[in-house]
Design a binder for this molecule. Structure first.
Ligand code: EPS
Length: 412
């Protein structure tokens, strides 16, 4: 999925820390701790989170790849300590236990339907589901968001903004907002569920509270938008360079995601071609798109596996979380007898946080495609490559207010 960048994450949910190592970012990118801390704080929020988020205070310590406020071109390493580890020292110890005690070691033999527990136990030959669930936990997304903050910082140098908002929680859908607010992040982060429609947000909060009362969980849909992206990232020439697949794959790789739509998405399958495709007009003033514009953006900013110069729009469906306070039927894997699944502390709804993770994954893919197209070991080399491309397109600059105001289904 990533071709020029490489992201490795490590860490268990209740172990000492989660870690991200990001390779391939050019030298000379201004970066400081606040860039990472701000994104990590955004990921921790959202109505519907459980007790864990009151324990964690994620900030992220950059401990490699940055010196005196600028990247070095070397791997960037970021560590996010798990404050909860202090409550899990025995259960998550590195050393073999001296005494076998199921309670102290918090062993799990009751796999949860919908979770990685059972398939992981069978695949990895582990009797204790904790050996699976600690790593399957969405805690890992903190590392992705830390790396995504670096990718955002790189894209931001060129006026590209990656943002998100929640458009559905369980049965409650937000009406389509046209156009999206210019500062989508501020508008979304102002809402307890990161939904920019106030009355829908209130109904979403109620739906989450009702699920919590019932010991249940709720999924939903978030939309990720990337504005200010020039034409020509990605490529039509090979299957693995097509950007739709790279974006879709990255978003689907987030825990609990079950579907991705680009632009008009599944609706396009029900609609005639003439009502789907975005007609082309000459617009010499428009930047980053070679002097062309579209009358709408059903394509979601992608045609033929390449960016069109319009806003990239992806909607992502998240299933309800599989840790339920009122657990579903399962099997005790020690005895083979029917039993209720384990009751693990968890969130009721994590869709607002998942939107922030979606931004990180989109930013990583776009930064990757950016590096692929513009290369350069340093930011200054990269900048020259961008400028020469834009000059060839006849453009004088990248960021364009008109491009910035594109909406999901508006002009492209
Ligand atoms: C998660 C379960 C909960 C979530 C966790 C993901 O954690 P715990 O089991 O400690 O209550 O809070 O999310 C995070 C820790 C996080 O940082 O997002 C799961 O099972 O996936």
């Amino acid at each position: 999925m990533l071709r020029c960048l490489r992201l490795t994450t490590a860490g268990e949910s209740h172990g000492p820390a989660v870690v991200a190592v990001l390779e391939g970012i050019p030298a000379g990118l201004p970066l400081d701790a606040a860039d990472v801390a701000g994104e990590l704080a955004r990921r921790q929020g959202g109505h519907g989170r459980g007790g864990r988020m009151r324990i964690e205070k994620d900030a992220g310590e950059i401990f490699a790849g940055v010196r005196l406020g600028e990247t070095l071109g070397s791997p960037i390493a970021i560590r996010i300590p798990n404050r909860d580890f202090r409550n899990w020292r025995e259960a998550m110890a590195i050393a073999a236990p001296e005494v076998e005690d199921v309670e102290v070691l918090r062993r799990v033999y009751l796999p949860r339907p919908g979770h990685a527990d059972l398939a992981g136990m069978l695949k990895y030959d582990r009797e204790d589901a904790r050996d699976i669930l600690e790593r399957a936990s969405a805690r890992e997304t903190a590392a992705r968001v830390a790396a995504g903050a670096v990718a955002k910082r790189l894209l931001g140098e060129f006026g590209v903004r990656v943002e998100s908002h929640v458009v559905r929680i369980g049965p409650v859908a937000a009406p389509a907002e046209e156009p999206l607010p210019d500062d989508l992040t501020a508008a979304a982060d102002d809402s307890p569920v990161r939904c920019i429609d106030r009355s829908a947000a209130a109904a979403m909060v109620e739906a989450i509270d009702a699920a919590r009362r019932d010991g249940d969980s709720l999924g939903g849909v978030f939309e990720v938008v990337a504005r200010g992206v020039p034409v020509g990232l990605g490529s039509h020439v090979t299957w693995e360079t097509r950007l739709g697949g790279r974006i879709g794959g990255a978003l689907m790789s987030i825990h609990a995601m079950k579907g991705v739509e680009i632009g008009m998405g599944f609706e396009a399958a029900r609609t005639r071609g003439s009502d789907v495709h975005d007609e082309i007009e000459r617009d010499a003033e428009r930047r980053g798109s070679g002097g062309y514009r579209r009358r709408r953006n059903n394509a979601g900013g992608l045609e033929g596996g390449m960016t069109t110069g319009g806003t990239i729009v992806a909607r992502v469906a998240m299933k309800p979380l599989s840790s339920l306070r009122r657990p579903l039927d399962s099997v005790d894997t020690r005895t083979g007898e029917p039993a209720k699944a384990i009751r693990e502390r968890s969130d009721v709804c994590a869709v607002p946080a998942a939107g922030v993770v979606g931004e990180a994954m989109m930013a990583l893919v776009l930064a990757d495609a950016w590096i692929e197209k513009f290369a350069g070991d340093s930011l200054s080399d990269m900048r020259r490559n961008v400028e020469s491309y834009l000059a060839r397109l006849g453009d004088s600059g990248l960021t364009d207010d008109a491009a910035g105001r594109d909406t999901a289904r508006g002009t492209g």
